[in-house]
Design a protein around this ligand. Structure first.
Ligand SMILES: [Mg+2]
Length: 390
């Protein structure tokens, strides 16, 4: 067929206000803070074609979009279906720029293709399932005594609440700065209450100061049979050598690779024995094209890929992947809404705590493309900046 040609790419920055959320600490992590309002910066990309079909995606950070001018000439005037060629050209053009921005372009192109063929992305890729088991992925711990995640018992209460709602798995993002004995008490309290009922995961988001601290907490995970232990310490989650050593010392499976971008980096880390589960992220790893390459590479090693963060495009990819266990529904908290997604979808798309069904699953949209209807009136009203490339 004669393919649609990309005529214009538009990037819009807009804001979304989040109630009862502040940001804490030296690394500005969103955190439950009653009475505070956090103004969150969001980005939407639109790719316009000569046949009137537009690919759309919301996601990615300012840093990602800052690299778009480095490769946008590989996109404008080209076939909107040439995703594989654009992926490869962008990878080369961005080799000195951490391959930023190519993911968001790729996802908008997949959305465009889905709309062109009137089919959701997961059917274009090849359907494997339509129900996706989800885990409740908590906010980082706070210090709010009422309704917060301020103590090991508060986390255990919340895990029990999630189990009651139907969740089969629960992931702790612990405190950024709590002493190590409190971090271990947290693993124990949730383990003691919920181990054997739900799969439990721990993601310290690289907060523990040393390899030794990672071992001490990892041994507590071993005691309670945690399902995975993710990015434990301040190497930043990138040392294959350190994580191979950690795997020799503790029993709990590790989940790494959120912080290594791209197919080759993932495969190198797997070959170096640095992880058990393989993290993928559509915003970091080259969009649908890049993450599906990693999913299939991992499949060849007999390993599972686990998508990072929520979102409609993650659901589309997971619905076309056998070797994946859980959708990350988060961040969730007993007292505030998810900061990852806001009110800019017209069809009620949500990744809030109650987005699961009675079996603890979320579903994949059957609508064409990524399958969400974006509220452009909301975005226009909250616009901060708009850049057009044509
Ligand atoms: Mg993580």
């Amino acid at each position: 067929m004669k393919p649609p040609i990309v005529e214009k790419v538009e990037i819009t920055e807009f804001t979304h206000e989040l109630k009862d959320i502040g940001s804490e600490g030296t690394i500005s992590i969103p955190i439950y803070e009653p009475g505070s309002t956090l103004t969150s910066s969001k980005f939407a990309i639109r790719i316009f074609s000569d046949v009137g079909i537009t690919g759309e995606y919301i996601g990615g950070s300012k840093t990602e979009y800052s690299a778009i001018p480095m490769f946008i000439r590989a996109v404008i005037g080209r076939s909107a279906l040439a995703r594989e060629a654009i992926y490869n050209d962008a990878k080369q053009a961005l080799r000195q720029h951490a391959r930023m921005g190519m993911s968001q372009v790729d996802m908008a192109l997949w959305d465009l293709a889905g709309k062109l063929f009137d089919m959701p992305v997961y059917q274009l890729l090849g359907e494997y399932r339509t129900k996706l088991p989800a885990y409740a992925s908590t906010y980082v711990g706070d210090n709010q005594k009422n309704g917060g995640l301020s103590s090991p018992e508060a986390y255990a209460d919340f895990a029990e609440q999630c189990f009651g709602m139907g969740y089969k798995a629960f992931k702790i993002h612990p405190w950024q700065d709590a002493p190590l004995d409190k971090q271990i008490a947290l693993v124990e309290a949730v383990g003691k209450r919920m181990s054997g009922k739900m799969d439990l995961m721990l993601d310290p988001f690289c907060a523990y100061k040393t390899f030794g601290d990672a071992i001490k907490v990892g041994r507590a995970c071993d005691d309670w049979g945690y399902y995975w232990y993710e990015d434990p310490f301040k190497d930043g989650g990138v040392s294959a050598f350190a994580h191979r050593k950690l795997r020799e010392i503790i029993k709990t499976p590790l989940l790494q690779l959120e912080h290594q971008r791209g197919l080759e980096q993932h495969v190198d880390f797997i070959v170096a024995d640095g992880t058990d589960f393989v993290r993928i992220d559509q915003d970091y790893d080259g969009g649908v094209t890049g993450t599906m390459k990693i999913a299939h590479a991992a499949e060849g090693f007999g390993l599972d890929v686990e998508p990072h963060g929520p979102g409609a495009v993650r659901r589309q990819c997971m619905a076309a992947t056998r070797n994946s266990n859980y959708y990350e529904l988060g961040l969730v908290h007993p007292s505030c809404e998810n900061f990852v997604h806001g009110p800019y979808f017209l069809d009620g798309y949500s990744d809030d705590l109650d987005a699961i069904d009675a079996d603890g699953c979320v579903s994949v949209s059957d609508k064409p493309g990524i399958g969400v209807e974006i509220d452009w009136d909301y975005i226009d009203k909250h616009q901060v900046d708009r850049v057009v490339y044509d």
